[in-house]
Structure formats: C-alpha cells, structure tokens
Design a protein around this ligand. Structure first.
Ligand code: PRP
Ligand code: URA
Length: 209
C-alpha cells in the first residue's frame, strides 16, 4: 500500500490557504503554486541518498557529501502540473522533465490521454509525478500507467490537495507509489470537484474558463 505523507510545514500551509481563496487572482495564484512547488520539492527530496567525496577547500581537504543514487525525473501532468514544475526545478535543476497530457472528460470524469514524452533513460530514473489535484484519482492512475508502460520503476506522486476517494483509487491501482500532499480534503462533490479544494486548478493557473 502506498504511503501518504502530508507536508504540514507552516509556510506550505500558509501559502495553500491563499491558493484556496477564490479572491486570489491569476498572477498571485501562479506565484503561490510555484512557491509551494519549491517547498514541497524541498520536503520530498529529504529522502535522497548521499555519498562521501573529498573536496579541497582553500584551507584543506574536506570529506563532504554529494547526492548519489538514481537521477531524478519530473513529470507534470498537463496542464495544471506545469504550475508546480518551475518551482521544483529551482531546487533540482539537473532533473530531466517528461510530460503526460491528460484531461478529465467533464461528463464521464474519465481521463483522456493526448500527449506523452519522457526522458529516454526512463528505467534508471526516479520520477516525481506532479499535479495540483488528486480528485477521483483517474488522471493520476492513468499517468502512472503511462510511465510504467514505458519502463518507469520508481514513481512518487506529489500534489497540493487530495480527496480521500482519489487517494484510495491511486493506492489500490498502484500500491508501490507513495503520495505526497499538502492537504487531505473532505470529499468530492457531485461534479468530481474536491471540497473545499481550490476550484479548477488549470483554469485558475492559466486564467481560462
Ligand atoms: C485536473 C487536475 C488533474 C485532474 C484531477 O485536470 O489538474 O489532472 O483534473 O482529477 P481526477 O483525479 O478526477 O482525474 P483537468 O482534467 O481539469 O485538466 P487541465 O489540467 O488541463 O485543466
Ligand atoms: N480538478 C481540479 O482542477 N479541481 C478539482 O477540484 C478536481 C479536479
């Protein structure tokens, strides 16, 4: 069963409150999502492994630590995942970036895939799949399917807000994928929107409707 980690850092929680606010306009919404992307990247990279190396400082040799282990890949789910991507890359600029394009059919709520492009060395990378919203879980499950079909073996899912329904669907479909969130909300409404949520993440990020 995939574990669920809630990032309760006060800065993440503070910024998330303004992201939720319906009076927050597009510019500020985008900036806040970007900032929370950076803060969540800081938290999720705590588990990265280190190896010792010798560095020469201006004074002497020093035993220091650098990152070791698997290289990272960031995969935003289009469109809304793009809003968190730059914030993540600020901390891990050497990560490669893939894209999975999915939209949720408004009637059936089923995900429809329209684009996939991943780094060529999929099997060697550890992926962070990013989307602000985990609602019914259909999009996340489909995106993980898409990565696994192409050879990905190590995947984490990171989002701002999750509904309990979506967490269960993702855990059941992909028990090997841990889930990293800023908040676990109450439920889904009859249209598949997260309550209280933040509304439509893509529309709020890009100013569409
Ligand atoms: C939103 C969101 C997720 C999906 C979550 O995308 O960004 O990808 O819905 O819903 P689910 O868990 O029920 O699948 P949307 O389909 O609105 O597309 P967009 O990002 O292009 O706006
Ligand atoms: N997608 C969104 O953007 N918001 C929700 O609440 C659910 C799905």
């Amino acid at each position: 069963m995939g574990k669920v980690y809630v990032f309760d850092h006060p800065l993440i929680q503070h910024k998330l409150s303004f992201i939720r606010d319906k009076n927050t306009g597009t510019k500020e919404f985008r900036e806040l999502v970007d900032e929370v992307g950076t803060l969540m990247a800081y938290e999720i990279t705590r588990e990265l492994t280190l190896e010792e190396t010798i560095i020469e400082t201006p004074v002497s040799k020093a035993t220091c630590n650098i990152l070791s282990g698997k290289k990272l890949g960031i995969v935003p789910i289009l469109r809304a995942g793009l809003g968190m991507m730059d914030g993540i890359l600020k901390l891990i600029p050497a990560a490669k970036v893939g894209h999975v394009g999915l939209y949720r059919d408004p009637q059936t709520l089923q995900p429809v895939e329209y684009y996939v492009k991943l780094p060529s060395d999929v099997e060697e990378r550890e992926f962070i799949l990013v989307d602000p919203m985990l609602a019914t879980g259909g999009s996340a499950v489909e995106a993980v399917n898409s990565l696994k079909k192409r050879g990905a073996k190590h995947i984490k899912f990171m989002c701002l807000i999750a509904a309990p329904e979506g967490v269960k669907v993702l855990q059941d479909a992909h028990p090997d994928v841990d889930i990293y969130i800023a908040a676990l909300d109450e439920k889904l409404d009859e249209h598949g929107y997260i309550v209280p949520g933040l509304g439509d993440a893509g529309d709020r990020l890009f100013g569409t409707k």
